[in-house]
Design a binder for this molecule. Structure first.
Ligand SMILES: NC(=O)C1=CN([C@@H]2O[C@H](COP(=O)(O)OP(=O)(O)OC[C@H]3O[C@@H](n4cnc5c(N)ncnc54)[C@H](O)[C@@H]3O)[C@@H](O)[C@H]2O)C=CC1
Ligand SMILES: O=C(O)[C@@H]1CCC=N1
Length: 272
């Protein structure tokens, strides 16, 4: 990673998080470039990180080792097809686009080494988690480069089947939104129970933070931590029983199933 040169195609939220993580990890600004059609986006990322920016994708990738595709899934086909004539065979392509398969990218780009990833938005705070999948053309050194890139913004976990990325998308890619939904619902319920909104929000947020810290640092699992809060015939038991009587686990399973299904469906709709 010390000398790796990286170009970001698309300089939006996720790219900016990754660039910030890499800079914090000690990568020189001169090792990083980004291209984006938005003049404001280019100016922002250049000002924040001191990197060189481009309006032309082909210009941005000249001479780099790693090309990170950080555009919306709907833009991937056009972006890849336009890059194809400018690619060097040894350049690693890392995609963070949801629901775009390596087969589609190889179809658009040619037989390029590809690492497909699914990060999540806590990457903004370097608290993210990503799933990574590498095609057979990816060398051990390139696997290392991809892992270093994603681990600059959190934890990076390798997968041995590409299909597992649909599940990763369902669990952690979209996952922050589920926790935000629970935060919204608990805050609203607290308010309905008579608390000022601001108090309900603070109680909810600090509880979420405290519970996440406990779950991460504890040597027992979440089920045991839950049991420890749940006094027999007490208040937690009343709430948990109500959740479960209303099908909480089935609801979560169904929601994550819908996200994974949508990820696979996007691959069908946006591939080829
Ligand atoms: N937001 C999220 O929670 C997550 C997003 N992703 C994936 O990350 C990718 C980027 O998402 P965000 O950063 O949230 O989106 P964003 O909209 O903030 O960034 C996309 C950028 O691509 C630029 N762009 C559009 N067309 C382009 C082109 N032809 N060439 C170069 N740049 C172009 C846009 O101007 C924009 O700045 C998406 O594919 C998404 O599926 C992955 C994990 C989580
Ligand atoms: O909602 C989406 O499609 C993207 C992928 C994971 C998070 N956001």
């Amino acid at each position: 990673m010390n000398t790796t040169r990286i170009a970001f195609i698309g300089a939006g939220n996720m790219a900016a998080s990754l660039i910030g993580g890499l800079r914090a990890k000690g990568l020189e600004a001169a090792q990083i470039r980004a291209s984006d059609p938005g003049a404001e986006t280019r100016a922002k990322v250049a000002a924040e990180h001191g990197i060189q920016v481009f309006a032309d994708n082909a210009e941005a990738i000249a001479g780099v080792d790693v090309i990170v595709l950080a555009v919306k899934p709907q833009a991937m086909k056009a972006v890849c097809e336009a890059l194809r004539p400018s690619l060097q065979p040894q350049q690693l392509v890392v995609s963070i686009a949801a629901g775009i398969t390596c087969a589609s990218m190889n179809h658009w780009l040619g037989e390029q080494p590809i690492v497909r990833c699914m990060p999540n938005t806590p990457a903004l705070l370097r608290q993210g988690v990503s799933g990574l999948y590498a095609t057979a053309q990816v060398s051990p050194e390139q696997r290392h480069q991809a892992e270093e890139l994603l681990s600059a913004v959190g934890i990076a976990l390798w997968l041995d089947q590409e299909q597992q990325l649909d599940a990763v998308t369902a669990v952690s890619g979209s996952g922050p939104a589920y926790f935000f939904l629970l935060i919204e619902a608990m805050t609203a319920a607290g308010e309905k129970l008579g608390l000022p909104r601001e108090t309900a929000a603070q109680l909810t947020l600090q509880t979420a933070l405290g519970a996440a810290h406990m779950a991460v640092s504890s040597d027992v699992d979440a089920a045991e931590l839950r049991r420890r809060v749940t006094s027999p015939a007490g208040t937690t038991e009343a709430a948990i029983k109500s959740f479960q009587a209303n099908g909480f686990e089935a609801l979560v399973e169904k929601a994550l199933g819908a996200a994974a299904h949508r990820s696979a469906e996007m691959a069908e709709q946006l591939g080829r």
